[in-house]
Write a protein of this length. Structure first.
Length: 153
């Protein structure tokens, strides 16, 4: 049986629902970026998890399934009055990195960390750049780099 990666590359997006006005915009940006590269909507699976903390385990599960050429993780972590912001951000970024390293499947990070809502809005495409779109661009590029390097995905 042929690998699904050779005929029609599939991509996964895992999105945290917490701060969903931001994450919905990040998902839309990722979808638009994939569309620009000719990736059909049917070739992108989107799953939602409760928040940013759950992104790494979901990304790892998706990557281990071997169904996807690359995974995009999007979420929004806002600073509060406690140091939880730093702990959560570090855990999420380290977890996403680990998911990619353990599986060899690229996991692109479109998680916004911001001290203020206004800064998150600016990074979510509501008023400018879109980190979800940027992450999808990175995922697409990495997915197409792997065959050149002799990696089947």
């Amino acid at each position: 049986m042929r690998s699904p990666h050779k005929s029609r590359p599939r991509f996964g997006i895992v999105a945290g629902r917490f701060n969903d006005p931001i994450t919905k915009s990040l998902v839309a940006g990722a979808m638009k970026a994939f569309q620009r590269h000719g990736v059909k909507r049917a070739a992108v699976d989107l799953i939602w998890v409760p928040g940013a903390f759950e992104l790494p385990v979901a990304a790892l599960k998706m990557a281990r399934s071997r169904r996807y050429r690359a995974i995009v993780a999007v979420g929004c972590i806002l600073a509060g009055e406690t140091p939880q912001f730093e702990f959560l951000s570090n855990a999420v970024f380290q977890g996403l990195t680990t998911a990619g390293l353990l599986t060899g499947v690229p996991v692109a990070c479109g998680v916004i960390t911001a001290k203020r809502w206004k800064h998150a809005v600016e990074r979510a495409g509501l008023r400018g750049l879109n980190r979800g779109g940027e992450a999808a661009e990175a995922a697409w590029e990495m997915a197409h780099l792997w065959p050149v390097l002799g990696h089947a995905g």
